[in-house]
Design a protein around this ligand. Structure first.
Ligand SMILES: CC(C)(COP(=O)(O)OP(=O)(O)OC[C@H]1O[C@@H](n2cnc3c(N)ncnc32)[C@H](O)[C@@H]1OP(=O)(O)O)[C@@H](O)C(=O)NCCC(=O)NCCS
Length: 201
């Protein structure tokens, strides 16, 4: 979605994406740092949801820069059902990507990922976060507004596949108590279970 310029689920090779449970209260998802072993699943989703998917090489490059990158995946069982990334630039976090397996849309997977990603940003001491989103992608914009991102500008013809404009959004005050309260409120409203694995204290 943004920098580096952007524009199937993980687990067993070729396995169809696992379907979400009928009842949102039964959703049970693990959020964990993205590792190389997740990339096959990440790329499968990437290819399903984006006209110009990132390559394996690009993800490997991102994972090779842990000092300035945070990449997370959401797993249902062994399957990657979503992922999100953040690039650190001084005191700013730049959300590089958020994507969810289509069968799992509207199950608060992106919300679980962003919640943890922004908590990681807060823990790193970042003051602000920003992202670009397609002008027409009102669903993603609604998701980001929930996390305090507000429109701040436009990048004309930002997306190379169809020359669509990007809306630039910023969230400020990440270190403020009010932002922690916002995240806590979002967390309380998520149905089902989210388990965190693989994070240092
Ligand atoms: C955008 C995307 C990541 C959202 O993932 P998701 O897991 O379905 O999002 P969530 O279930 O956490 O949605 C949280 C809230 O965001 C808003 N939202 C998300 N998708 C929406 C949609 N398609 N239409 C309207 N609102 C939407 C809603 O307010 C939603 O809450 P609700 O379901 O209680 O109404 C997913 O649609 C996707 O992968 N799209 C393709 C890739 C993409 O566009 N990524 C963003 C690039 S900037």
């Amino acid at each position: 979605m943004s920098a580096p310029a952007r524009a199937g689920a993980g687990g067993p090779a070729g396995a169809p994406p696992v379907r979400p449970p009928e009842n949102p209260a039964d959703v049970d998802v693990v959020v964990t740092p993205m590792r190389r072993r997740h990339l096959r699943g990440v790329l499968r989703i990437e290819e399903r949801v984006y006209p110009r998917p990132w390559s394996m090489g690009l993800y490997l490059s991102e994972l090779g820069q842990p000092a300035t990158r945070e990449y997370l995946v959401a797993r249902a069982g062994a399957h990657v059902v979503g992922y999100a990334g953040l690039m650190v630039v001084l005191e700013d976090g730049h959300v590089t990507n958020v994507a969810v397996e289509p069968a799992w849309h509207r199950h608060q997977i992106a919300t679980r990922l962003l919640l943890q990603l922004l908590r990681r940003a807060v823990a790193r001491g970042l003051e602000r976060a920003t992202l670009e989103v397609r002008w027409s992608n009102s669903g993603a914009q609604a998701l980001y507004r929930r996390f305090g991102f507000a429109p701040a500008g436009m990048r004309k013809r930002y997306y190379v596949d169809n020359h669509e404009d990007a809306l630039v959004m910023w969230a400020h005050g990440l270190q403020e108590p009010a932002y922690a309260e916002r995240l806590a409120g979002i967390e309380r409203a998520i149905p089902g279970h989210t388990r965190l694995e693989g994070f240092a204290a």
